[in-house]
Design a protein around this ligand. Structure first.
Ligand code: GDP
Ligand code: MG
Length: 160
């Protein structure tokens, strides 16, 4: 029997997660990395990075026409960010759940934004919104050779 919904949910996905400059300044890097690590995703890329304006504009190009776009670019380039690539089955949607709603006041307690932030313009973390964007964003933020393929020893203890 072919069960397309099951097949889709078993897809290994890559997602681009980024601690934004406020998260770095507020000392939340370890806390944020820890949430994805504990969940059971695989870290495949990690670096501290000062983002140039052009890259911020490319990353957020879909929001170009929004009134807050200039402020968003200023925010993302205002200090170093922590760039991460995470891999796992259903990782994109699951990471978005761990992150919580865009507006931290509407984000559920238990989520990163729900627990650690109060304003949309300072919402501490980014997560890709689709598997396609996950790949696109990892390609934008990481150079060749910066992504590691490895097998975590916990693998058989995460999945039957
Ligand atoms: P996300 O996918 O949950 O991060 O949200 P979006 O893709 O809609 O927006 C990208 C980022 O732009 C958000 O995380 C915020 O940092 C910022 N942003 C979105 N909407 C607003 C807004 O209304 N005002 C301001 N200042 N920033 C916003
Ligand atoms: Mg988004």
């Amino acid at each position: 029997i072919f069960l397309p919904h099951l097949v889709a949910s078993l897809e290994v996905e890559q997602t681009y997660i980024m601690v934004k400059p406020d998260g770095v300044q507020r000392g939340l890097v370890g806390e944020i990395i820890s949430r994805f690590e504990k969940k059971g995703f695989k870290l495949t890329g990690l670096k501290l990075f000062q983002c140039p304006k052009e890259l911020a504009e490319e990353h957020y190009k879909d929001l170009q026409s929004k009134p807050f776009f200039p402020k968003l670019i200023q925010y993302i380039t205002s200090g170093p960010v922590v760039c991460m690539a995470w891999e796992g089955v259903g990782a994109v949607a699951s990471a978005r759940k761990l992150i919580g709603a865009t507006n931290p006041l509407q984000a559920e307690p238990g989520t990163i934004r729900g627990d650690l932030a109060v304003q949309t313009g300072r919402n501490v973390v980014h997560g890709s919104d689709s598997p396609e964007n996950g790949k696109r964003e990892i390609g934008l933020w990481f150079k060749e050779g910066e992504i590691c393929d490895w097998i975590p020893v916990q693998e058989p203890w995460l999945r039957e």
